[in-house]
Design a protein around this ligand. Structure first.
Ligand code: PGA
Length: 265
């Protein structure tokens, strides 16, 4: 049984005061929506400076806190970076790795992502690995090859158990922040392709366990349909997660489709 994971990605947004009020508001709104956190995992991935405050607010309330990036080294002369040991020390549960904005603006490679994946697992932080094609790659019908190449590169040297514990977020670059969502069929087609790549790399059991999210203009109006698809186990939500009320509604997508058990073809 795969437990869905709905994760917020604030990106570079919110000041200290906004972050605190969001945290308190989210707890209230999740209660108001009657969200059962035993059935769905919820995480909020925030800028480093907001993590401590949110850890305090979410303490014992079942909502995880995530980082949006980290360095792979334990410590050292890397000015401006944050290490996996630091995140673990703070009790951070998740880290986004290889987001397309980091690949695009900061030159992050699959090789670096593989090192970060390994480091995250070594520190018991659950990685959310982002993959996805650009518009030109989709138009050239290279989307499957692109995603396969990213997965193969990022999982280089990662053992089976760590692979099973990695969340994979399929985020087509053309759907991020554009208001253009992939159709649920397009999203599911790629999610099942991703599962088949995991099966090729690690076998059927691992492929059945791995959580695959869709990300790219997810909002309360399209989440239920996306989550009803056979291979989509969650969502990584950017813009629409900035409002605690809307994010709580997204988390409360549709209790009937929670806990899917899907056979790998
Ligand atoms: P979006 O961002 O929901 O604003 O499209 C998603 C993401 O980049 O994780």
């Amino acid at each position: 049984m795969r437990k869905p994971l709905i994760a917020a990605n604030w990106k570079m947004n919110k000041l200290v005061e906004d972050a605190t009020s969001y945290g308190e508001d989210l707890i209230e709104k999740l209660k108001a929506e009657n969200v059962d956190l035993k059935k769905v995992d919820v995480a909020v991935c925030v800028p480093f400076i907001h993590m401590a405050a949110l850890k305090v607010i979410f303490l014992l309330r079942g909502v995880g806190v995530g980082a949006q990036n980290m360095h792979f080294a334990e410590s050292g002369a890397y000015t401006g970076e944050i290490s996996p040991a630091m995140l673990q020390d703070m009790g951070i549960e998740y880290v986004i790795i290889g987001h397309s904005e980091r690949r695009m603006y900061f030159g992050e490679t699959d090789e670096e992502c593989a090192k970060k994946l390994k480091a995250a697992h070594a520190h018991k932080i659950r990685p959310i690995l982002c993959v996805g094609e650009s518009l030109s790659q989709r138009e050239a019908k290279e989307h499957f090859d692109t995603v396969r190449r990213q997965l193969t590169g990022c999982f280089e040297g990662i053992g089976r158990e760590d692979a099973a514990g990695t969340v994979i977020a399929y985020e087509p670059v053309w759907a991020i922040g554009t208001g253009k969502t992939a159709t649920s069929q397009q999203a599911n087609e790629m999610a099942s392709f991703i599962r088949s790549v995991v099966e090729d790399l690690y076998g059927t059991d691992t492929a059945e366990q791995v959580i695959i999210q869709y990300g790219g203009s997810v909002k309360k109006s399209n989440i239920a349909e996306l989550m009803s698809m056979s291979d989509i186990d969650g969502a990584l939500v950017g813009g629409a997660s900035l409002d605690a009320g809307e994010f709580a509604q997204i988390v409360n997508f549709d209790p009937d489709v929670v806990g899917k058990e899907q056979k790998v073809r």
